[in-house]
Design a protein around this ligand. Structure first.
Ligand code: PPS
Length: 568
């Protein structure tokens, strides 16, 4: 049988011997320690997953891709694949130079021959690629708050694949998958992209899609980076493995994709199609709101529900992959089976559980019926998502010096310890500065480092099921947001603004610091000679002016109860 789509895709790796030589020479090159997202991008560049790209985009490629999804040579590519670096590193590199790209442990993975260095217009990139320059979009937030200011572009010479210690047997390069399809004689393969656990409806819809296309099925979950707050990939892979057994034998396989998603909706769908084509697939399932990022800052969807399908359909021929409609499957009680939502028999009862309802049931420990999911999947999810009242969380107080943060935090700690059940750690501003941040001052840069350290420790505590109470000034919105994101990956984050006015704080002046600040003896003093950006979306606002500490701490307890984090 001739299977033209299964000829190998070009990779960027050199031979083993050349790689050893390059690696030795690369020791003398300037080197860049790649971020987790860049490592994901590099892996797919090197193994041909991003074919026809041959490296990080040049400025001309980037401009074309941002503007109309085409590289300078006209190739369709909807997402910029760029190497962002900080200004300090950028100053040390000039076009014409090679740099070593290292993983986070310092292993050299590739050489980048720099041809271009430029400062991108990030607002334009956000508008064009993601549809809005709105920080509620996770990729726009990443672009502005995490990505470096300067982009480097140029061809990549691959030395070795990034190292993975997990699920090695389930990871395949495009050429490994192509070889597998060739060996199995699978001439048509439908790919299913997912970043969520699979339940019965997914199993039904994927298998139906494969049957309709008379094809085999590839479950191709993303394990690189997905939407902040998603179920971690370790749990998901264990769930997928359980579901794999439910498909008829030899019809379906699963492979893990180390992609860093951008949640770019329509453009992302086209990108996913290109990636699956490179992995040897002939069909790709695109659904309602494919790779949707959630709501924008005005509370509306970023993209229309069928925008992804429309854009994909326009480019399917060029990509060389057929789009398969994702059918929303629902359970019909009387028939005890799944039907596409538009084919439900008359006078029957439709049962469905939304993602939000599922999360609520997991959070509150409520039953999840067998018609909805497989018992193995539910057990796995319950293991990693215990009910909220057993999960870790962080209470993050923010407010001016002397606003009463530490006093309320201490009272709250004692109340929570009295209740018992979870270990409680207080990361008070002063204490942290003594034990974790003693070398830091009060410049913006140092304050940000300090808050991110607190966020890191609190996220570890939250991840491990404890309660972290933080009480720094934390004057900057963007830094508080970064901490929120770190923590919400593992549990709830409750921001409490202790909104005692500057006049009141100065009047109290418990530590005598305001006086010194007014006299200019303490520089960069928050509220006097340094900014405090008051939160606009805190979970709770308390003011200690006319209210005693005990009552403020009680307000926090009530909030925690209403969020299901502690039992009343
Ligand atoms: S920050 O901005 O979040 O990193 O600050 P934080 O770590 O919470 O430290 C604040 C405590 O340090 C004392 N202090 C100052 N605060 C603000 N500005 C300046 N320049 C400054 N210099 C010293 C002050 O006692 C703060 O403690 P609290 O408990 O907030 O009163």
């Amino acid at each position: 049988m001739s299977l033209p789509q299964l000829a190998p895709v070009p990779e960027l790796y050199v031979s083993y011997d050349s790689a050893q030589k390059l690696k030795a020479e690369a020791g003398n090159l300037p080197s860049w320690d790649m971020t987790p997202r860049q490592i994901c991008d590099l892996e797919l560049l090197m193994n041909g997953g991003f074919n026809p790209l041959k490296g990080f985009m040049s400025e001309a490629d980037y401009d074309g891709v941002v503007e109309n999804m085409r590289t300078a040579s006209g190739a369709l590519f909807p997402i910029p694949i760029t190497l962002d670096v900080n200004e300090k590193f950028a100053e040390t590199v000039e076009p014409g130079q090679d740099i070593a790209l290292r993983d986070q442990e310092g292993v050299i993975l590739a050489i980048l021959s720099v041809t271009d260095k430029w400062v991108p217009n990030k607002a334009l990139e956000a508008e064009k690629v993601f549809g809005a320059d709105d920080l509620a979009h996770p990729a726009v937030n990443y672009l502005h708050n995490q990505a470096g200011k300067v982009y480097l572009g140029g061809p990549v010479t691959g030395i070795q694949q990034p190292v993975h210690y997990d699920f090695k047997g389930r990871r395949d390069t495009p050429n490994e998958l192509r070889a597998f399809f060739r060996k199995m004689g699978w001439s048509k393969v439908v790919a299913f992209q997912t970043r969520n656990p699979l339940h019965r409806a997914h199993q039904e819809l994927t298998f139906r899609a494969a049957r309709e296309a008379q094809a085999n099925l590839l479950i191709h979950p993303v394990v690189g980076m997905t939407k902040p707050g998603d179920v971690d990939h370790f749990t998901r892979v264990r769930c997928y493995e359980a579901v794999l057994d439910k498909y008829p034998q030899s019809t379906t396989t699963m492979s893990l994709l180390n992609l860093a998603m951008r949640m770019a909706g329509p453009r992302e769908a086209v990108w996913h199609g290109i990636i699956r084509k490179n992995h040897g697939c002939t069909h790709f399932i695109v659904g309602r709101d494919h790779a949707g990022p959630g709501k924008n800052s005005a509370g509306q969807d970023f993209y229309g529900p069928y925008d992804a399908q429309t854009l994909f359909a326009q480019h399917a021929d060029e990509i060389g992959i057929e789009m398969v409609d994702f059918k929303h499957m629902v359970y019909v009680q009387e028939k005890a089976q799944y039907y596409p939502a538009n084919e439900v028999p008359e006078n029957t009862t439709v049962l469905d559980i939304s993602g939000t309802e599922l999360r609520r049931r997991l959070r509150e420990g409520i039953d999840i019926p067998e018609w909805f999911s497989f018992p193995e999947v539910v057990a796995e999810l319950r293991r990693t998502s215990p009910p909220r009242a057993k999960q870790g969380f962080t209470v993050f107080f923010t407010g001016l010096s002397g606003s009463g943060k530490s006093t309320i935090a201490n009272a709250l700690m004692v109340k929570l310890m009295e209740m018992g059940g979870r270990p409680v750690t207080l990361l008070d501003g002063d204490v942290v500065r003594k034990h974790l941040s003693s070398e830091l001052g009060f410049s913006k840069e140092h304050r940000d480092i300090n808050i991110k350290r607190i966020g890191y420790v609190a996220s570890e505590i939250t991840k491990n099921g404890g309660i972290a109470i933080c009480a720094p000034i934390a004057p900057y919105t963007a830094t508080r947001r970064a901490v929120r994101e770190m923590i919400e990956a593992f549990g709830a984050f409750i921001e409490v603004h202790v909104a005692t006015s500057i006049e009141e704080c100065e009047k109290r002046d418990r530590k005598g610091l305001y006086k010194l600040a007014r006299e200019g003896k303490i520089k960069e003093f928050t509220g006097i000679s340094d900014p405090y950006e008051a939160p606009t979306k805190a979970e709770l606002v308390v003011d200690t002016q006319d209210v005693d500490v005990d009552h403020c701490a009680h307000q926090v307890i009530l909030k925690l109860e209403s969020m299901g984090l502690i039992r009343g």
